[in-house]
Structure formats: C-alpha cells, structure tokens
Write a protein that binds this ligand. Structure first.
Ligand SMILES: O=C(O)C1=C[C@@H](OP(=O)(O)O)[C@@H](O)[C@H](O)C1
Ligand SMILES: C=C(OP(=O)(O)O)C(=O)O
Length: 433
C-alpha cells in the first residue's frame, strides 16, 4: 500500500457557486461501508478474497492497515482490485482508528481472535465517540479488554486467539456499528453469537441489513427474524470476490446539486440491486422536488431548481443529515428532521455543528434533542467550520452552490471517505465532469 491518507494540515476552500444548472455524469469511489465489511470478512475467511472497485480513502486504508498489523496479507496497490489473504491473527499490534467508526467498532472483536496484545487509539475526536457498549459486550463474550472507565478509546484487547462467544445484551442506540462489529467477527467465535439489543431504537437499520447480507454472502448462517435480535452460528467464512458498489452516501451531495440548480446528475456503475438504502434516498429526494431514475446509464437525479422542505425521520439514513440539511436551507418551505439524536456521536456533534455553522451564515435553525428544524431564509457567505467532519464539508459545498462566499475552514476532512471530493465537486460545478 502507498502512503496512508493521513490527517493533513487544514486547507481552507471556498465552495464554488453554480451559475448554470449542473449537468454531470460521475464515476464515484466505492462504498465505505461495503469496503470495510468486505475487508473484515476477507481477513477472517479461510481462503483468499478480492475486492473489485474498493474505496481508497482514509477510513478504508486504516481498516486495511489494522488487519495487516494483525497479520492478514493485504495488497492494496492496485486501485481496481485489492487482494486479501488471511493469516492467523497475532499481536502485538497497534491499530490507529483515525476517526473511523467502522475501524473502532469492527476491529476490536477481530482483535479478540488474535493471539496477543492489540492496542487501539485514534484522532482526539475518536476518543469521544461511543464505544462502551461494545467493550462491555466483548467482556461478557470472554474477551479481555483494558479501557478507561469512560468506555472509550484508548483501549487494549488482550487477544487469547479465540473468543468463547454466546449470548450478549447490548444497548446499541448510540450506533448500529456496535452490533455490526460483533456480528462480523461472530462466525469465528467458538459458539457464534446471539446479540440482543435492549434500549431506545438502533439507528441505521439498512447498515445492519448490509452486515447480515455480507455475512451470508461469505457463507455465515445468520438469523435476524426477531426484531432487535441477531444470531450468528459458528462456522468458516469463505474467501470470495467482492464487487464494491459506488458510495451512495458520498453521492448525495452531488445529487443535491441537481436539485439546487435544476440540473441532472448521473452516478455511473450503479447496480440493479443494491445493499445501500437507495429506496429511502429516492423517496426523500422525490419529496424534496427531485426525480430519481435507474437506467443502463446509472442512477440519475433530476431537479427543477425548486427544493421543497419536508418533515422526516432520518434514523435509517442518518449519515445523510448534513447534505439534506443544506438542501433544506435552500427550500421553499420549512423542514423538520427527527430520529437522529445519535449523530451527536458521529465525527462531531452534527446537530450542534450544523445549527451553529448555518446560523453563522444567517439561517433560522433550531436544534432539537433528536433533530433539527429549519426555516429557510436568504443566507450569506462566511466561514463554515467543518470540525474534521467530511459530511459537514459536503453540507457547506451544497449551500455554496447557491450562496457566494461559503468558505470551508478545512476541506481535507473529505479524505475520510473521498479524497477527490474538492476536485470532483469543482469539476461538476464548472461543467468539466
Ligand atoms: O456500519 C456502517 O458502515 C455505518 C453505519 C452508520 O453508523 P451509525 O449507526 O453510527 O449511524 C452510518 O452512519 C455510518 O456512516 C456507517
Ligand atoms: C458517521 C459516519 O462515519 P463513521 O463510519 O465514522 O461512523 C459517516 O460517514 O457519516
């Protein structure tokens, strides 16, 4: 692998304003969520695997580095095809989780299967992201974990080379990844796992379905028929070829550009059947005034230039909140987004950050305990703090299409999931895609 995409010095960036309807056909990088899951399942499999069209970005490079540090062979130099050869997992090793929820929640259960000491730490903000329920669950499944009483990073997994597994109760209302992490490693636990969620609703249900779908594709037996209970039987995982779909969440700001400017944006390479929540997105964009179609050319979003506000529970697609909030700022009617209290524990407290930064641009926005209320009114340019959060950068870029002078404090945070974001975005807005 080349140099890891690391944190870089901040780079301010003025979002380009669109003077014409945006018309673009884009080929975007692979899904972060699919790449992360495919890497973990491949490292735990009994034979080699390949990932076609994986995402190369900070989060997935950190995932590959974490698994490599524990002994898996990862060849990631070919942009189009990564190769994974499983090896017995061993410590000592150190895992830098960066600010990646997938790395901090998916890798500790894998580390329990390694023989040796695996330490974990990440960016300063990663230490504030919820991890306690996973630590508690791992301990009750027989894994030794040293962690601060706060239930956060930094932590050490003292891997015994095997995990007993069994039944565990967890409150996963802070993140679906707490469940996904346990499930992905569970086929390799001696007794598999039965995870029972007790607490307020688990967000991001489509991501849990994606976890179950990929586990089954790797040969695992998973029962998810009882709400809030997931059972994974012990057994081998098979190596296979993974086709990584384009990243739908990363595509949303680009689609938003079609709505704001009355343009048309096509995402190439979209599969006929997807593991990502395309139907939820189609419905949301439709209600906001867009038209979403799937053809041989790809997934196309058309807008009229008029955006409508909406009242929506976004818990299924909470990572889309920043881009949708930016759209709502430019709408012809108010919006109310709920069901997303847990995004206070994403890369930053996104509810507070969105309210603060859009208020600074003149917006009328109220922060709710679990959401946002947005009453559109004209915005002005100004500095928009991105808080190391790629999706805050996406929100600012969408607003900047219609508001001259939106200056992002730092655009390098987009390297978390799409290092090429500033270039792709500018090319789209200036008609050079
Ligand atoms: O499993 C995954 O790949 C993800 C699950 C979701 O996390 P939360 O359930 O914490 O929202 C999502 O927001 C995140 O971007 C990716
Ligand atoms: C919440 C997100 O990321 P993570 O995987 O770090 O939780 C996100 O990408 O919006």
């Amino acid at each position: 692998m080349g140099n890891l995409i690391a944190t870089r010095p901040p780079q301010p960036w003025t979002a380009p304003t669109a003077s014409d309807p945006v018309t673009a056909t884009l080929r975007l990088p692979g899904s972060k969520s699919l790449t992360a899951r495919a890497l973990v399942l491949s490292a735990l499999a009994s034979g080699p695997s390949t990932l076609a069209a994986p995402l190369r970005a900070r989060d997935t490079e950190l995932m590959a580095a974490a698994l490599r540090a524990m002994g898996a062979y990862m060849s990631t130099s070919d942009e189009e095809r990564w190769l994974v050869r499983p090896h017995p997992l061993v410590g000592p090793a150190h895992v830098d989780v960066g600010l990646a929820g997938t790395v901090m929640r998916f890798v500790p259960p894998v580390a329990g299967l390694a023989a040796g000491r695996i330490t974990f730490d990440g960016d300063p903000q990663a230490r504030t992201r919820p991890l306690g329920p996973l630590i508690g669950a791992l301990r009750s499944l027989g894994v030794r974990v040293d962690a601060p009483a706060t239930g956060s990073l930094p932590l050490t997994v003292l891997g015994a080379g095997r995990v007993a597994g069994g039944e565990v109760v967890i409150d996963a209302s802070a993140s679906s990844q707490l469940v996904s992490g346990l499930l992905l490693a569970a086929p390799r636990f001696d007794r598999g796992v039965v995870v029972r969620h007790v607490g307020p609703p688990v967000p991001s249900a489509p991501h849990l379905r994606m976890t179950v779908q990929l586990l089954r594709a790797a040969g695992a037996a998973v029962d998810d028929t009882t709400p809030d209970v997931w059972a994974v039987e012990p057994g081998p995982l098979t190596g296979r070829g993974w086709e990584i779909e384009p990243d739908l969440s990363g595509a949303v700001p680009f689609f938003a550009a079609a709505l704001v400017t009355g343009g048309e944006v096509t995402l190439q390479g979209w599969p006929r059947s997807s593991a990502q929540p395309v139907e939820q997105l189609r419905s949301l964009l439709h209600r906001m005034g867009g038209d979403v179609t799937l053809s041989t050319a790809g997934l196309t979003v058309r807008g009229t230039g008029t955006v409508h506000g909406l009242d929506a529970d976004l818990s299924d697609v909470s990572e889309l909140t920043p881009a949708l909030a930016a759209l709502a700022m430019l709408a012809d009617s108010p919006s109310r987004f709920t069901g997303i209290g847990h995004i206070r524990g994403h890369e930053t407290d996104r509810l507070t950050a969105l309210a603060r930064e859009f208020t600074a641009l003149g917006a009328d926005i109220t922060e709710l305990p679990d959401g946002l209320e947005i009453r559109p009114r004209p915005l002005r340019g100004g500095v928009f703090e991105t808080y190391h959060d790629h999706r805050m950068a996406h929100a600012a870029a969408v607003a900047g299409l219609a508001v001259p002078g939106v200056e992002l404090s730092d655009v390098t945070c987009t390297s978390k999931t799409m290092p090429e974001f500033p270039a792709l975005w500018s090319a789209m807005v200036t008609g050079k895609s």
